[in-house]
Design a protein around this ligand. Structure first.
Ligand SMILES: [Zn+2]
Length: 158
């Protein structure tokens, strides 16, 4: 059971990282590693101590549009102040937004859903098995497709 859960989580983390990487690489001029970091960021809530209560639990505050918006605004501010070239303002914000947004979009479709209207506690979801083998294959195929198509074939967000 422990092994099964470990493999499930490893697969889920890998999928969020791959999707984030592909979106940032395919649609922005920012460093695609930003896609890995911010594609995984919401799941940092696995590090919250077990005794903490909502919203400081898994699929709590770090899985809300409000949190994502705060991170995107932070990315914009950092990019504007210290960024140069591709890292400036909107480019960095777009990269961060695509990555963290992809994580929330995927998780929102899962049975547990996310709290879309946080701080209200309302999670609705279509209950899809987003980390099932079939869904994982679909997400990886789409990501590889974006990478294969290449940055040249896709419109870039600047
Ligand atoms: Zn998550």
């Amino acid at each position: 059971m422990e092994l099964e859960r470990g493999l499930f989580l490893a697969g889920a983390f890998a999928t969020h990282a791959v999707v984030g990487y592909a979106l940032v690489r395919g649609f922005t001029d920012a460093d695609p590693r930003i896609g890995i970091v911010f594609g995984l960021l919401p799941d940092a809530d696995f590090l919250f101590p077990a005794g903490w209560r909502w919203p400081f639990v898994h699929r709590g505050i770090t899985h809300t549009p409000l949190f994502a918006l705060a991170i995107i605004v932070g990315g914009y501010a950092v990019g504007r102040r210290w960024g140069r070239g591709d890292w400036r303002g909107r480019g960095l914000a777009a990269a961060v937004g695509l990555a963290i947004g992809s994580h929330l979009a995927i998780d929102s479709l899962s049975p547990k859903g996310i709290d879309w209207l946080f701080p209200l506690r309302t999670s609705w979801s279509p209950g899809l098995a987003v980390h099932s083998p079939a869904a994982t294959a679909l997400l990886w195929t789409a990501s590889i497709g974006i990478l294969a198509w290449g940055a040249n074939g896709l419109p870039s967000i600047r």
